[in-house]
Write a protein that binds this ligand. Structure first.
Ligand code: ATP
Length: 375
């Protein structure tokens, strides 16, 4: 087992203007399950391939434990990788696929078989060991691919979208299995996905990337509760955080008829560089319905456009007048609201539930209470 360190690791493809991975600094702890998360093209697979030795590092370095592996070939890095397409050998049985790396490593047949049998028991694959990949269902193939990695005893597991070929039910089931195994084996794991729900479910920590640049590293809870910028706020969480660009007033911002008070620290940071706007982020679950008879409490009026009923939760997609223009937003109300398309609602937002970002940089603004005057 080992930690993994990316130290200003950069990969530039000759045909590209921007680096695919730009000066990545990331420390992954020994035994940690780290998820590299971001939209397609953000550079997450390139990071993994740099760690695997499948992609050159143009500047900076990559360490496994204390060992600098930047220029080592893949076979000398002591890693095991699960690919998106599983890459199983079609002419070999599941057992032979799982034991292939051990055969190459010249392990004795008896020991190799013991390892394969153990992995098959852990993955509930015993009845499939004699079958060829093409006779297995997607989930079973995925388990064989995981088994092929499990029989080895690497210092680091690398997984590149390992569940992307599975249907939703199998994906949820297999990701639980992967987390259980990783917890049990305690082997440092770096897992790539563009699916934020999956990332939140499996990761001890997430590293969120955009355009090759690391945006934030933290536990799923930290990243969800304190997104570092509007990109992370919008990307992590489903449905996405609502983002409103609003003019600043002396003591806060106004969203429709709602006054959103802001601390002095927030106001001062928002106005830095002469900016007169702020971006407010509100998650769908942070709205509260005001009773129609309550005309005293200020609220945001909205019209329901569509109702998304997921079974467990109902999301209302609505339009509201923000004071600046019409904005689309998504809200989630407690229980199972019966409001249909065209319903007119008034909602409030808890002031402490608002995320504040700079309108010029998109960065999260400080929130701590600060009583000194606004300069
Ligand atoms: P996806 O989820 O779609 O696989 P990703 O986040 O893993 O995306 P990468 O595959 O790491 O992204 O690619 C990062 C950027 O580098 C993209 O713009 C991609 O087009 C570019 N890129 C990747 N491989 C090469 C290559 N061999 N030559 C040129 N550009 C490349």
């Amino acid at each position: 087992m080992a930690s993994v360190t990316f130290d200003k690791a950069t990969r530039r493809f000759p045909s590209r203007e921007r680096p695919a991975v730009d000066s990545l600094d990331l420390e992954i702890e020994d035994g940690e399950f780290m998820v590299l998360l971001g939209p397609s093209g953000c550079g997450k697979s390139t990071c993994l391939r740099m760690l695997a030795g499948l992609e050159a590092v143009d500047s900076g370095s990559v360490l496994i434990g204390v060992r600098d592996v930047t220029h080592l070939p893949p076979r000398d890095r002591d890693i095991a990788m699960v690919f998106q397409d599983y890459a199983l050998l079609p002419h070999l049985s599941a057992a032979d696929n799982m034991g292939f790396a051990l055969k190459i490593a010249l392990m004795s047949k008896v020991r190799a078989r013991q390892r394969v049998d153990h992995a098959a028991a852990v993955l509930d694959l015993e009845q499939y060991l004699g079958r060829r990949p093409r006779t297995l269902a997607g989930g079973e193939r995925q388990r064989v691919a995981t088994g092929r990695v499990l029989v080895r005893d690497p210092r680091v597991y690398l997984m590149d979208e390992p569940l992307s070929n599975l249907d939703a039910r199998l994906r949820a089931q297999t990701r639980t299995e992967i987390v259980r195994l990783q917890n049990h084996l305690g082997i440092t794991t770096v897992y790539v996905t563009h699916d934020q729900t999956e990332a939140m479910a499996v990761g001890d920590r997430l590293a969120v990337l955009k355009d090759g640049v690391l945006q934030q590293v933290g536990t799923p809870k930290e990243v969800y509760a304190h997104p570092a910028n509007t990109f992370v706020g919008g990307f992590v969480g489903s449905p996405a955080m609502n983002l409103f660009r609003l003019p600043l007033s002396a003591d806060g911002a106004r969203l429709g008829a709602l006054d959103i008070p802001l601390t002095r620290a927030t106001l001062r940071a928002a106005a830095a560089g002469g900016a007169d706007e702020i971006v407010l982020g509100v998650r769908p679950e942070q709205f509260e319905l005001l009773p129609p008879e309550d005309r005293e409490t200020a609220g945001l009026d909205l019209v329901v456009e569509t109702v998304e009923d997921t079974g467990a939760v109902v999301y209302l997609h609505a339009t509201a007048w923000t004071g600046e223009g019409l904005a689309a937003l998504v809200i989630r109300l407690p229980g199972r609201p019966a409001h249909g398309r065209g319903a007119v609602l008034r909602v409030a937002i808890r002031a402490d539930a608002v995320h504040c970002f700079s309108a010029s940089t998109g960065r999260r603004l400080p929130e701590d209470a600060d009583t000194s005057p606004v300069s």
